[in-house]
Design a protein around this ligand. Structure first.
Ligand code: CP
Length: 308
């Protein structure tokens, strides 16, 4: 992997762990340059990208598609519901097919954690894999758009106090973010239900009561309650969760003037965050979605650099 003037070169992007801090900053800065219209990409040849989403998505799927089209790639339609997956074809064989067809990049979201390992370990599969989310594992492009949003706001990560709040165990966003934010020098706090927290996260930060830190943090990152990954969705009533662990208007009023609130979305309104706060002055939720397109352009460009 090489970096020249923020230009990163990658074979695949499946997890944040494999990126150096320099590569992370390179991708963020390139995303910012695309946003400011200061960066341009001209494909050296015809490139094909396919977005294979085996789990539901609006933001990740559509922003990759916008990013691909802005970069001038040919986007090949793939709908899991009408594909040969319905005839029992495995993910491996589906990607082997994509590779054989000459698809350069496959963006994949799949419920199976670490699904990408057998794909990137294959000697036959030539297509580059970009992970659009693997079960409760990793969500590197969401992590990079979150980092871009924080960097645009503060210009640094060192000594920023970041609270990650909510359903941490089931959140691939939280797992990607905690690893890299700690490495970049942020001070991390976790809050939310004890049953959705694991001691394994203690190496990255401290689990506290939300009310202990609400007036100290620079970034308040709320997580979606992942009902689809719970055995029962009746653990908390909407009101109980919101009052105990959510960003209420009262907690919002206690935030520092410079603090921002984030949420990867989709938002369960009035659960993780009071509905009226989704577009409040401190909210960067719409900015996160906007930045998703530009940081995904940077990711795709880096993977195409890897091919060149
Ligand atoms: N944040 C996120 O991954 O949203 P989608 O599930 O809509 O892609």
């Amino acid at each position: 992997m090489a970096i020249i003037d923020n230009m990163v070169s990658l074979k695949h992007l499946v997890t944040m762990e494999t990126l150096t801090n320099e590569e992370v900053l390179g991708l963020i800065k390139r995303g910012i340059a695309f946003k400011k219209n200061e960066a341009h990409f001209t494909p050296e040849r015809q490139y094909f990208a396919a977005n294979l989403f085996f789990e539901s998505s609006t933001r990740t799927h559509k922003s990759f598609e916008v990013a691909e089209k802005k970069l001038g790639l040919d986007v090949i339609e793939f709908d899991a519901k009408t594909s040969s997956v319905n005839k029992g074809e495995t993910l491996y064989d589906t990607i082997l097919t994509m590779s054989s067809l000459g698809i350069d990049i496959c963006v994949i979201r799949h419920a199976k954690e670490d699904y990408y390992k057998e794909l990137i370990g294959s000697r036959t599969i030539q297509t580059s894999i970009v992970n659009g989310g693997d079960g409760s594992g990793q969500h590197p492009s969401q992590c990079l758009l979150d980092l871009m949003t924080i960097y645009e706001e503060f210009g640094r990560f060192e000594q920023l106090k970041v609270a990650i709040v909510g359903d941490i165990t089931h959140s691939r966003v939280a797992k990607s973010n905690m690893q890299i934010l700690k490495r970049l020098g942020a001070e991390l706090y976790f809050a939310g239900p004890e049953q959705w927290y694991s001691d394994e996260f203690d190496v990255y930060g401290k689990h506290v009561d939300l009310d202990e830190i609400v007036d100290e943090v620079d970034v308040m990152m709320m997580l979606r309650v992942q009902h689809e990954r719970h055995d029962s969705d009746k653990v908390f009533s909407k009101e109980t969760y919101h009052n105990r662990y959510g960003l209420t208007q009262e907690r919002y009023n206690r935030l520092k003037p410079s603090a921002i609130i984030m949420h990867p979305a989709p938002v369960n309104r009035d659960v993780e965050i009071a509905s009226q706060l989704v577009e409040a002055p401190k909210s960067r939720i719409a900015t996160q979605m906007q930045n998703g397109v530009f940081v995904r352009m940077a990711i795709l460009e880096a993977v195409l650099n890897g091919k060149a």
